[in-house]
Design a protein around this ligand. Structure first.
Ligand code: BEZ
Length: 231
């Protein structure tokens, strides 16, 4: 016998939504296989030994996204000079990405020259925590992940749907990350390529004298040196 339903004095509440799990700095970048505007991508295999930038946009055929993808297409040679492969992702289909691409070329002055990942089932978006339900329950936010040749996450950024990103800043971060990887150098606030860089604290003074003969010691913990040329 079932009996009457249990009485309750409070309205039913859903379990609190869990925040998206976004990979953090140092984590292994999740691998995936997906369709793109240019065919299938096996993400880690596609990255190879290169650096990578994976960035999400909310939706195809939207104004801010159109300008962003055009900006990245125009920077193709800059990313290539940094041995960096770029891919974009949204919850749209590959067919939609292909249909949208001519508009980007027409309005932004550059053909899309990188894969647009299709993610209609949100697998990639979920792996990377790109849907922030209290901002937008269905579309990806503007996430950026920089991935090193070791496939770990080197940078995360999250912008709201209404703010287009400054992709020159992503290039600047790549320059900084690559200085750290190659030379144990860091970059100061507002650094621009060509300006002096910082010798990281892990480098002894003896080693600094040997490797960076033109460096100057402002404080024992603040040592500056001219930026070395890219290898
Ligand atoms: C855009 O790309 O223009 C856009 C997309 C979603 C929300 C707001 C703006």
């Amino acid at each position: 016998m079932c009996g009457p339903p249990p009485t309750t004095t409070s309205t039913a509440t859903a379990a609190p939504e869990q925040p998206p799990i976004t990979p953090q700095l140092g984590d292994l970048a999740p691998d995936f296989i997906a369709e793109t505007s240019d065919g299938e991508i096996r993400f880690h295999e596609w990255l190879g030994d290169s650096w990578g930038v994976l960035f999400s946009h909310p939706a195809d055929f939207t104004p801010v996204c159109t300008t962003e993808l055009g900006a990245v297409a125009r920077l193709h040679d800059q990313f290539a000079a940094r041995d960096t492969k770029v891919a974009a992702v949204s919850v749209d289909t590959a067919e939609s990405h292909r249909a949208w691409s001519p508009d980007i070329a027409e309005t932004q002055g550059a053909e899309v020259n990188f894969p647009l990942i299709a993610d209609p089932d949100r697998r990639v978006a979920t792996l990377y925590g790109m849907i922030h339900p209290r901002h937008d329950n269905t579309a990806t936010v503007r996430s950026v992940f920089v991935i090193g040749p070791d496939k770990t996450i080197k940078l995360t950024l999250t912008y709201p749907a209404s703010t287009g990103r400054h992709f020159g800043e992503i290039l600047r971060v790549l320059d900084s990350l690559q200085l750290t990887a190659a030379h144990q150098l860091a970059t100061p606030a507002d650094w621009q390529p060509g300006q002096d860089v910082i010798i990281t604290p892990g480098v002894s003074q003896e080693e600094a004298a040997r490797r960076f003969p033109d460096h100057r010691v402002i404080k024992p913990y603040l040592r500056l040196t001219p930026q070395p040329a890219r290898p």
